[in-house]
Write a new protein. Structure first.
Lengths: 308, 308
């Protein structure tokens, strides 16, 4: 086997009350990444899209993640990578982690699947560090494992796969830029204990509700007292999108990652479509360009499309 | 039917990372409460134990909880109550809520089970308010419903019943007094966001681990960064009891309620017994009197022992 092509899903992190730990994978959009093993001990990156991302492997999340893997095994060989991104960089639905997660899964397959998914997530987190300055696993975990994941700890890395019922997501991506540094600077350093208690009660309840498939309880538990109230100011019409979506039948939702995308969960594809229309009606009046993805929750993570 | 006797279990609240929301019921110890319907619109309380608790219904948690029920239905009748407590008041394993929860379940049975368990929990919370100044449901919920419960919200009351594997608890009750006001005053008003995140990641993980029956993950998730570090100073030898218990095979544990009892969870009755011996060895050197309960997690809440 000399080359492997994978499909790497977009992901939603910071799921409402599960800030910095809870995420899920989307069936749409996704990236396609082809990795070839080459004899030279180097990494070559080509982009088959128009996003103008760096090709220098030290400045590209794929390069950094693959280098972490090559370094660990003292490899005398290298990789050639062709990336076809469909997930827009900066959208807040795990664009960087789809690239790095997809690349390490493909490379691992070329190496006879010698690493576990947990180890692969660890490599991909080096890519996240390049992208955001932090070795976080909120997007990498659902991207590699699929479904809903909870990152209990990043050091040591501990990822919990959650049970969940069939669910659908509607994501609107307003074409504005939110700098990660701004989204981070706006967070409080300390929070009132009583708000933290309410947040963890909601998260515990949400995890139980997902396992039970109890949509009413999922809906009641999707409340964020801590992050959404401060970050929503960075996203025009956030409250209007949310209330129109709830009116259209959404179970709940919030900011995807650190924005600017907003996601809403629902129990049927029909409701997910109605939410898309409601979001579109709100954003149609703003003059801000946007696109909307209607998707199911993808239970599979990065998957092999082709190897030869 | 004129009289009903119930069995009301002790409970552990504030389960490690689930401060103020997560609790479970114990098979030992328990209270027995007999309620008789009487024609006079009054509440009469008799104690068949030596704890010297008040018999004035306005000053007794049972009286207050039953009065809330009588008031709601504009009852023209009353109740006579005989309480046999085996759960020591002030032990931190839900003594007051066993009394109030047991009494309202018994009274409800006399009234043809007209109220739901959630409504009964609401009445019993009036008893908790008398005992602690707060309408909390952390003990009332597992006492009435049994098993592991999560109180998502107290207003409106929202109680989530969790799935869990067979588990055992060892509880040591050092015979010292901790004033609720002291236990509360020592809590921080604000907590670092990063600690709150770690706490809710652990709680989400613990709920998932209980549902999966994954004892390793239960163990890894039982970490409390916020309350235990400050409250453990109120309990002599807390660290020693905890480390001896973990060495004896405990999955984890912490302060029960606001103390002074310490609980440890384990996967088998044999380990639970070994933990009891380890705890006993630590406390044997302190000169402080103590007793120890070895128990399974009780999946049933308050239950009817007799009606006629």
């Amino acid at each position: 086997m000399n080359e492997v092509k994978v499909h790497a899903p977009a992901t939603v992190a910071n799921v409402v009350c599960g800030f910095d730990c809870l995420g899920f994978a989307l069936s749409e959009p996704y990236d396609e990444i082809l990795v070839r093993k080459i004899n030279e001990p180097t990494i070559r990156i080509t982009h088959l899209d128009d996003f103008g991302l760096p090709t220098d492997p030290k400045k590209n999340v794929v390069g950094v993640a693959l280098q972490a893997m090559l370094d660990l095994i003292n490899a005398g060989f290298g990789f050639e990578v062709e990336i076809t991104k469909h997930i827009k960089p900066g959208s807040g639905i795990g664009s960087s982690s789809a690239s790095s997660s997809g690349a390490v899964v493909a490379a691992n397959h070329l190496l006879g699947d010698r690493f576990t998914k947990l180890e692969l997530a660890d490599f991909a987190m080096d890519g996240e560090k390049l992208a955001s300055g932090e070795r976080h696993a909120d997007n990498v975990a659902p991207c590699i494992f699929g479904g809903f994941t909870l990152v209990r700890s990043t050091d040591p890395l501990d990822i919990v796969l959650l049970d969940f019922p069939p669910l659908f997501a509607t994501v609107i991506h307003p074409q504005i830029e939110i700098k990660t540094s701004d989204a981070r600077a706006i967070l409080p350093k300390d929070v009132p204990l009583k708000d933290a208690i309410r947040q963890w009660s909601n998260l515990g309840s949400l995890v139980a509700a997902l396992a039970k498939g109890d949509c009413d309880l999922i809906s009641r538990s999707m409340e964020d007292l801590i992050v959404e109230p401060v970050r929503k100011s960075l996203i025009p019409e956030f409250d209007e999108v949310k209330s129109a979506s709830l009116e259209a039948g959404a179970l709940g939702g919030g900011i995807s990652g650190s924005g600017p995308s907003i996601f809403m969960l629902s129990g049927t594809p029909e409701i997910a479509q109605k939410i898309a229309e409601a979001m579109s009606a709100v954003y149609g009046n703003t003059g801000i360009e946007f696109n909307i993805h209607v998707s199911q929750i993808e239970s599979e993570g990065v998957r092999i499309l082709m190897d030869n």
